[in-house]
Write a protein that binds this ligand. Structure first.
Ligand code: ADP
Ligand code: MG
Length: 220
C-alpha cells in the first residue's frame, strides 16, 4: 500500500536548515494497522503529512497504492487525497456552524452528491460510529469522543483505502481514547489500512504493528 525508501525532509527554521527525516524506509501492506511512535519533535507529523500528500519530501522515493508520488502539483495531490485517503486530527477539525450530519457529508457536498443521497449516506455513516441520534447536534453540543467519531465518519464516507490519524486520541480521556481505538480496529477489520501517530504506548499497543522514529530514522 505504502513504500518509502530513503526519504529525507528538512525545514528552514529561523533561516537554518533543520533535517527532520534522515532516510526513512517503510513498507506498509494493505489492511495493516500501524502506530507511529516517537518523542515530541521527532518528525511523526512530518512523516504523516508526507504520507498523506499534505507535504512533500525532499529526496527519496514514495509509492502510494502502486503510484510513485513525487513533486505532484497541488491539484494532483488533492485528487489523490480525495480518491484514496482519509484524515483524522487531534483537534477533530469539525466545522463549528455545521451540525454532525452536515460535517459528515461535507466531502460529498464537494463531490456534488445530491442532497437527498448525502443525507441518506450521512445517517448511514453516523450509524456506523454510533451517533445516528446526534445528527442534528452541533460540535459544541457533543463530547470530545463524539466529535472525534463524527470526524471519523467524515473520513470514512469517501471510501478511503488508507486512514491517517495524527494523535487522534491526544485530546481525549483514557476511556474515550480506548473506545476510539476500538472503532479504528473495527474500521481496520473492514479492510482499510490504518496509520496513526501517537506518543501513548497503551494506545499504540492496540495497533497491529508499532514503528518508532528516532533521530530521523525508523528504529529496528
Ligand atoms: P512530532 O509530530 O514528532 O512532534 P513534527 O514532525 O511536528 O514532530 O516536527 C519535527 C521537527 O520539525 C520539530 O523540531 C519541529 O519544530 C520542526 N517543524 C515542523 N514543521 C515545521 C515547519 N513547517 N517549519 C519549520 N520547522 C518545522
Ligand atoms: Mg506531531
Amino acid at each position: 500500500m505504502i513504500r518509502l525508501s530513503n526519504v529525507h525532509k528538512s525545514y528552514l527554521s529561523g533561516g537554518k536548515p533543520l533535517h527532520v527525516l534522515k532516510g526513512i524506509d517503510l513498507h506498509i501492506h494493505p489492511g495493516e494497522f500501524v502506530a507511529i511512535m516517537g518523542h515530541s519533535g521527532s518528525g511523526k507529523s512530518t512523516l504523516l503529512n508526507i504520507l498523506g500528500l499534505l507535504d512533500q519530501h525532499d529526496t527519496g522515493e514514495y509509492w502510494l497504492d502502486n503510484v510513485r508520488v513525487h513533486r505532484l502539483s497541488e491539484a494532483q495531490a488533492a485528487r489523490f487525497r480525495n480518491r484514496c485517503l482519509g484524515f483524522v486530527f487531534q483537534s477533530f477539525h469539525l466545522v463549528a456552524f455545521k451540525n454532525a450530519l452536515e460535517n459528515v457529508t461535507l466531502p460529498l457536498y464537494y463531490q456534488k452528491v445530491r442532497r437527498k443521497d448525502r443525507k441518506r449516506l450521512g445517517l448511514e455513516y453516523l450509524e456506523k460510529v454510533g451517533l445516528r441520534d446526534r445528527a442534528g447536534h452541533f460540535p459544541t453540543q457533543l463530547s470530545g469522543g463524539e466529535q472525534q467519531r463524527v470526524a471519523i465518519a467524515r473520513a470514512l464516507i469517501t471510501h478511503p483505502k488508507v486512514i491517517l490519524a495524527d494523535e487522534p486520541t491526544g485530546a481525549l480521556d483514557s476511556k474515550t481514547s480506548y473506545d476510539v481505538m476500538e472503532l479504528f480496529q473495527t474500521i481496520n477489520r473492514s479492510g482499510i489500512t490504518m496509520i496513526i501517530v501517537t506518543h501513548e504506548s497503551d494506545i499504540a499497543a492496540m495497533a497491529g504493528r508499532i514503528i518508532r522514529i528516532h533521530d530521523g530514522v525508523i528504529q529496528g
